[in-house]
Design a protein around this ligand. Structure first.
Ligand SMILES: NC(=O)c1ccc[n+]([C@@H]2O[C@H](COP(=O)([O-])OP(=O)(O)OC[C@H]3O[C@@H](n4cnc5c(N)ncnc54)[C@H](OP(=O)(O)O)[C@@H]3O)[C@@H](O)[C@H]2O)c1
Length: 215
């Protein structure tokens, strides 16, 4: 039986991915935050110590609050450096992946279209995206595939926290709606189920056509 580690799967995108991978009869390891807190390196080290090798890794966690650049404190930078970057680096270095496996990173479309009040998020997500690209090169010999999913607005608690009036916000989007977390989950499920391997080392804008960047 194949095994997947899904981080941040109690709600939102992570929870939807967990549900869709369950349908593939994959053994799911889905630690709650009290067992694996990506903002706490000791928690991460403790969790991965006893972990056996896995087939699929979903790197997902909570996003930082929206904050204007000059109001971001040193503590904020340190916390999200660990939460969004260093924890994932440690996991990528230490967790053993089986040949033919998959790694999915849930990042954000702001890595290509940074927003002023989300610099805490965009800066560390660009950094971890760069690490994942490097990892994809190293792992390609073992047919381990790395895909960076960069969501645009997706209807979860996170969006409700960032946007005052979701309904009004949605009217301005290209599809007049935010994405559903299940659309991302179905994408992950299909890649795994259909064993798609040539989509590797890429960033997928999962944003309903919102972004303006060509590449
Ligand atoms: N939704 C969007 O519009 C959108 C757009 C772009 C990027 N993203 C990014 O995509 C990721 C998932 O988003 P989402 O909308 O699914 O968010 P969400 O609904 O807020 O869910 C976040 C998940 O991460 C967990 N989590 C939070 N902090 C954690 C920590 N320190 N360690 C481990 N787990 C932690 C939460 O668990 P608890 O139950 O413990 O809180 C929850 O399961 C986030 O990084 C978000 O910033 C989302």
């Amino acid at each position: 039986m194949k095994t997947a580690l899904i981080i941040g799967s109690s709600k939102g995108i992570g929870r939807s991915i967990k549900k869709r991978l369950n349908e593939l009869k994959i053994q799911i390891i889905a630690p709650p935050r009290k067992e694996l807190d990506t903002s706490n390196l000791d928690s991460v080290k403790k969790f991965i110590k006893g972990l056996k090798s896995i087939d699929y890794l979903i790197l997902n966690t909570g996003g930082p609050p929206a904050k204007e650049f000059f109001s971001i404190t040193e503590d904020d930078w340190n916390k999200y450096h660990v939460q969004l970057f260093l924890s994932f680096v440690l996991i990528l270095q230490k967790v053993k992946l089986k040949n033919n496996g998959y790694i999915f990173l849930i990042s954000s479309n702001i890595i290509k279209n940074p927003e002023n009040n989300l610099v805490l998020s965009s800066s560390y997500r660009v950094a971890i995206s760069s690490v994942l690209k490097t990892v994809s090169k190293i792992y390609s010999k073992r047919k381990i595939t790395c895909i960076n999913i960069a969501p645009g607005p997706i209807k979860t608690n996170r969006l409700k926290k960032l946007v005052k009036n979701v309904k009004e916000f949605e009217k301005k989007l290209p599809l007049q709606r935010a994405g559903s977390p299940d659309e991302i989950a179905l994408f992950v499920q299909s890649i795994i189920k259909k064993e798609i391997k040539y989509l590797n080392g890429v960033i997928i804008n999962f944003d309903g056509g919102l972004s303006n960047n060509l590449i």
